[in-house]
Design a protein around this ligand. Structure first.
Ligand SMILES: [Zn+2]
Length: 131
């Protein structure tokens, strides 16, 4: 379950980023999660809530923003998104992102030599504080 270690890193980052600011509390954080990340959103939300207890982040609203996966063909430079392609086993891609190459190819030229432009990372998009 890497949700807990990710949640821990996120909570630490938020606290670090805000430690020199003057504020009463953190009211909201927005986290971007790439669709190819193998993350259970319920678990990570729960983990963040648990790890936020007795920190300035306690009771903050947690918004998870799912980022669509997008790709670029190295052969013809065509760009496309995961939702643009019909893939038999979409769920398998969600759980095993490394299989994405086996299940997808460039819709333009059919090449399987492509790079993943987005959908892999997780980051903090926004932190709202109450002064
Ligand atoms: Zn192509």
């Amino acid at each position: 379950m890497h949700e807990w270690s990710l949640a821990e890193a996120l909570v630490k980052t938020v606290i670090n980023e805000t430690k020199n600011l003057e504020f009463k509390k953190i009211s909201e954080i927005k986290i971007a999660i790439g669709r190819l990340q193998n993350i259970d959103k319920k678990i990570i939300k729960y983990a963040i809530k648990e790890l936020s207890k007795k920190t300035p982040l306690e009771n903050a609203k947690i918004i998870l923003n799912e980022i669509e996966a997008s790709f670029k063909c190295r052969n013809c430079n065509f760009k496309w998104r995961l939702r643009d392609v019909k893939i038999k086993n979409r769920e398998e891609i969600h759980f095993f992102p490394e299989l994405v190459h086996a299940f997808s190819k460039c819709p333009n030229c059919g090449s399987s030599d492509f790079e993943i432009l987005s959908g892999r990372k997780i980051w903090i998009e926004n932190i709202k504080i109450l002064k």
